[in-house]
Design a protein around this ligand. Structure first.
Ligand code: MRU
Length: 356
């Protein structure tokens, strides 16, 4: 099986549920959940059954189209009020990935732009918009892949952190997309190093799984080993994803990303952030304003272990993301083009950053 053929999230053909590939079970079990209730879909996002900023956005679009389709009223005011309630509830699932609120806001704009139509017509338009978000995501990842591919040379060693792969998007991923493009072009000598990514192991469970299944030469590292492979000259370039980018280019991504960026700077290795323009949040001036999700201590002390691996009662700090300062970033690859510092003007030049 090639993971590129897996759908992270899709609407069932009869539009009765969301089919979500349960990523908490990978790589050992490939199971698709059929979820239709607002609570269970929110839980799937919170538990990282579906995860990765773009995939969360795609999921949110389908989710609200589905749950709004079940609002039983012909009265537009009642429909709008219930839609808004659902939207606000889903938006609380995860705070850092801006694609969640970006997609929900986009869906709400569809409602507001169609108030002259019937409730049934609005419901149809929501399904169309959700599908558009999904289809655009494939095209965006592909475009990022083409631009990132232009930065590669045969034989390169690429390091990535967490999973910004096909499993984190509708297809191709962002940080992995250049590798998939290279593979399509017949390049067989790229080497990818993926950090396991404590504590939820997205690198080990997801990136290693999907790249291996696609036939990529991938080597798994504990997070603490990145410095060593860089010092040995085995890494030529770093590609990572992002959950939210501020106007100045400061970037929130999976916890540990900023350490990789600091190492890359130390060893003189180019460090690129792969960022769909939907992940760039024009409302935030800099990274200090990015909300950082904190997750339960058990993810650090117990998850994946046969028994608890920390003393009972020890304090645990478990932020899910960190912010990499823009000064550590060589370039930000968007689907519209490659940006260099200063990022504010670079984003504006590509038409990214108009207030939403
Ligand atoms: O907590 P996760 O697994 O949702 O975190 C995912 C990441 O940090 C990814 O790098 C990011 O969302 C970009 S995915 C293209």
């Amino acid at each position: 099986m090639n993971a590129l053929q897996l759908d992270t999230v899709r609407l069932s053909e009869d539009r009765s549920c969301l089919e979500i590939l349960d990523q908490t079970l990978l790589p050992n079990t490939v199971r698709v959940l059929c979820l239709s209730g607002l609570e269970e879909i929110r839980e799937a996002i919170w538990s990282l059954r579906v995860r990765g900023a773009p995939a969360i956005g795609v999921c949110a679009g389908y989710a609200i189209a589905l749950t709004a389709s079940r609002i039983r009223t012909k009265d537009k005011a009642v429909f709008c009020a219930e839609f808004r309630k659902q939207k606000l509830y889903l938006a609380t699932a995860r705070p850092t990935a801006v694609n969640l609120t970006w997609a929900l806001d986009r869906m709400e704009r569809v409602v507001l732009a169609n108030l002259d139509r019937s409730v049934d017509e609005i419901k149809e338009r929501l399904f169309v918009e959700a599908q558009a978000i999904r289809d655009e995501d494939v095209a965006i990842s592909r475009a990022i892949g083409e631009i990132g591919f232009g930065l590669l040379r045969p034989g390169f060693g690429i390091l990535t952190h967490c999973n910004a792969g096909t499993l984190a998007t509708a297809k191709y991923g962002t940080a992995t997309a250049p590798v998939y493009v290279a593979l399509e072009r017949g390049w067989t000598d790229l080497r990818v190093y993926c950090d396991e990514t404590r504590p939820l192991l997205q690198g080990a469970r997801l990136t290693a799984f999907e790249l291996q299944s696609a036939g990529v030469d991938v080597t798994l590292l504990c997070d603490a080993m990145a410095s060593s492979v860089m010092a040995q000259g085995r890494v030529d370039i770093v590609f990572v994803g992002c959950d939210r980018v501020a106007r100045n280019g400061d970037t929130a991504n999976k916890i540990g990303t900023s350490a990789v960026a600091i190492l890359a700077k130390h060893y003189g290795i180019p460090f690129y952030v792969c960022a769909p323009s939907s992940t760039i949040d024009p409302s935030l001036e800099n990274g200090e304003q990015i909300p950082i999700e904190e997750r339960p201590p058990e993810e650090v002390t117990e998850m994946w272990y046969k028994e608890r691996m920390a003393p009972a009662g020890v304090k645990v700090y478990n932020p899910a993301f960190d912010v990499t300062g823009c000064e550590l970033i060589t370039g930000i690859i968007t689907e519209k083009g490659l940006c260099h510092a200063p990022y504010g003007p670079a984003f504006r030049a590509l038409g990214i950053g108009a207030k939403r």
